[in-house]
Ligand binder design. Structure first.
Ligand SMILES: NC(=O)c1ccc[n+]([C@@H]2O[C@H](COP(=O)([O-])OP(=O)(O)OC[C@H]3O[C@@H](n4cnc5c(N)ncnc54)[C@H](OP(=O)(O)O)[C@@H]3O)[C@@H](O)[C@H]2O)c1
Length: 273
């Protein structure tokens, strides 16, 4: 059976860029909500020599994720899952952001781990926004509710987001919270699924020049003055980083977040003047 690589959010941006960096002998499945975008991605990937399929999926809907996992398992051995589906503060309100970014990650990891075996890997895409929250606002107890009591998880997380003043700040807070959750959840899954030989990591990009990155540029570019080269990242740079982390040959990288933000998070300590 051939190896299958599934990329949620694979119709655009860094998900599609990562798909292009995968080994040519893998069957690629690009997924998202918009079929036309996925079909265009499949055409591009086919021209590069990949065997690629489009399959629509809304990752905030568990049933939809189950269907995607079944579709992938039918095509071959599910070896790599890159969970790049996500929404940003300018795209949605706090509830939507938490449903897609946080609960979507729970559904993807849980449903795919059922069809994956030893030597496979899941990479959940977070954000360097995961690192901006004050520690006292982060509750791992609340995060745990995402698996046991979704409505309470949402209610508590939205309540925290609503402490912010403007609509954008509320969404920004929910985005940061949802991405901090992704880092925590990928680690939790790494130790749970490690027993089955499934490796799990998260990867946190900084501001990247995808459609989403351009939409967030006005508010997000404040971080760029802390980046080593003081610039945005390119989708291609992130695609390569993601594909490397998702490569099964990188077998000892597990239970960590890989921060690919041009140094902008750590740069604060060095560029404070
Ligand atoms: N660009 C940045 O500056 C930046 C920085 C940090 C982190 N990130 C994260 O990186 C990931 C990739 O983003 P990108 O920059 O490559 O932006 P992008 O091009 O907008 O990619 C996001 C993809 O996710 C899909 N998507 C959105 N909601 C979905 C849902 N409910 N179910 C399934 N697919 C969904 C979108 O397709 P449809 O709309 O067709 O579903 C889109 O193809 C996201 O998780 C984002 O939060 C981005």
């Amino acid at each position: 059976m051939a190896d299958v690589c599934v990329i949620t959010g694979g119709g655009s941006g860094m998900g599609l860029a990562a798909a292009k960096c995968m080994p040519r002998d893998k069957i690629l499945i690009v997924s998202g909500r918009t079929l036309s975008k996925l079909e265009k991605a499949v055409t591009e990937l086919s021209e590069l020599g990949f065997q690629a399929y489009a399959h629509t999926c809304d990752t905030s809907d568990r049933k939809s994720v189950q269907e995607l996992a079944a579709f992938a398992a039918d095509k071959g051995t599910v070896r790599n899952v890159i969970n790049a589906a996500g929404m940003s503060p300018n795209m949605a309100d706090p509830e939507k952001l938490l449903r897609v970014n946080a609960l979507g990650t729970v559904y993807v990891n849980q449903e795919f781990s059922k069809v994956m075996g030893a030597g496979s890997v899941i990479v959940d895409i977070s954000s360097n926004s995961a690192y901006v929250l004050p520690k006292f606002l982060i509750s791992h107890k609340t995060y745990g509710l995402a698996e046991t009591d979704e409505e309470s998880f949402l209610k508590k997380s939205i309540k925290k987001s609503n402490l912010a003043k403007t609509d954008y700040q509320r969404s920004g807070f929910a985005y940061a919270l949802s991405k901090n959750f992704v880092v925590w959840y990928a680690q939790k899954c790494a130790f749970e699924y490690g027993k089955k030989g499934i490796r799990v990591c998260s990867l946190s990009p900084g501001l990247i020049a995808t459609d989403m990155g351009k939409l967030e540029e006005k508010e997000g570019s404040a971080m760029l003055k802390f980046a080593a080269e003081e610039r945005m990242g390119t989708p291609e740079e992130l695609g390569y980083a993601i594909a490397t982390v998702a490569d099964e040959r990188n077998g000892y990288l597990a239970g960590v977040d890989v921060l690919v933000d041009g140094g902008s998070t750590n740069g604060k300590a060095f560029r404070s003047n």
